[in-house]
Design a binder for this molecule. Structure first.
Ligand code: FES
Length: 360
């Protein structure tokens, strides 16, 4: 870090005063601030004093600025010693400020400092020709093009010791130099050119109104989806389908457990106790391995095929087997069976539930 002390007394001038031109400029700067806030002009005034004095601030210049602003000299000295932009010792015609902060340091600032030390001597001293002096400073805000130096009021970036040496040679010889990056880089773009926002449609105006097209297409898709949903609902209303197919479901008829139809057929109404009993006997298979002992003999006679695994059917071979009645079909000649009773093949008598008393 730079030494922030005033120059030795031997190098300090006897006096300092703004030139008439700079004095008028100073009055204009002070007038920019409201009454009682003139101290806010301290930095521009110090900068102008430094420029007038050949690039560095003597103690007399600091005191002159304090007098202009009505500030204690120590307050102005605090400002001058804080900012490295103010040189407190004489500098060369070209004052080189080398950034030594981490990004620049990791990109080669140390090699630049070594080169400057070898060519000009220690920092803070003007070279014998009075052309150059150098100083290490903190970040100068050009980290993306590190390492870099500031020479007087210009930045020189992407440096190597060789590039900085050539730059100093050109400056000393009065040749024109390139300010900014010293390699093939435009401003602070990535090396090799920009690699983001390269889509030409970003710049040719074709994207103007593109958002409107996207919203219109989204609206169309939404409307098409609603039409499809409406069509499905209408189709379901006109052509309803069962929630599940009939296959495997118990066969039920409109006449099942219909007391009016039983009465019309001359049958006695089914009692609730009889229904529960019949349901338990005919549908429950849990824990049953064989038919109840009290099952009537007629049921066994009427279940010739498949009633028992491996049993031989007693029906004659030339008679087609009885066909089951399709779902929803009724036999007009037979009365409606009980709701819990399974549908029997055509031509068979309905068995009586176990333990069901004979009706009289
Ligand atoms: S670290 Fe060097 S310019 Fe920022």
């Amino acid at each position: 870090m730079a030494n922030r002390r005033l120059a030795p007394a031997a190098e300090q001038p006897e006096s300092f005063a703004f030139t008439p031109e700079n004095a008028a400029w100073v009055k204009g700067q002070i007038a920019k601030y409201p009454e009682g806030r003139q101290a806010s002009a301290v930095i521009p005034l110090l900068w102008r004093a430094q420029e007038q004095n050949g690039g560095w601030l003597p103690q007399k210049a600091i005191e002159a600025v304090a007098a202009e602003l009505g500030m204690p000299a120590i307050r102005v000295l605090e400002v001058a010693t804080f900012y490295t932009m103010f040189a407190l010792e004489p500098v060369g015609r070209y004052w080189i400020q080398v950034c030594g902060t981490v990004p620049c340091d990791s990109c080669g600032a140390r090699e630049l400092k070594d080169m400057l030390h070898e060519r000009l001597g220690p920092s803070g001293h003007v070279d014998p020709t009075g052309t150059f002096s150098w100083l290490e400073v903190e970040c100068l805000g050009a980290c993306c093009n590190a390492p870099m130096v500031q020479i007087n009021q210009d930045y020189y970036e992407d440096l190597t010791p060789e590039l900085l040496g050539k730059l100093m040679d050109d400056l000393a010889a009065g040749r024109p130099v390139k300010v900014g990056s010293q390699i093939d880089r435009n401003a602070s773009e990535p090396l090799g050119g920009p690699n983001t926002l390269t889509d030409p449609t970003l710049y040719d105006g074709s994207r103007v109104g593109a958002w409107r097209k996207r919203f219109e297409e989204a609206r169309k898709d939404e409307a098409a989806g609603q039409d499809e949903a409406t069509s499905s609902e209408q189709q379901a209303a006109t052509n309803p389908k069962p929630a599940r197919p009939d296959a495997g479901r118990p066969v039920e008829t409109a006449a099942s457990d219909a007391p009016a139809q039983r009465a019309a057929a001359g049958e006695a109404p089914v009692k609730s106790g009889d229904k529960a009993e019949a349901s338990e006997t005919e549908h429950s298979t849990a824990g049953k391995s064989e038919a109840p002992a009290s099952q009537p003999t007629a049921i066994k006679d009427l279940e010739p095929a498949g009633a028992e695994a491996g049993a031989q059917s007693s029906l004659p071979r030339d008679v087609p087997p009885p066909q089951p009645i399709a779902s929803g079909e009724e036999e007009a000649s037979e009365p409606a069976p009980d709701a819990e009773s399974p549908k029997l093949p055509k031509g068979r008598a309905r068995p009586k539930p176990a333990n069901k008393p004979e009706r009289t």
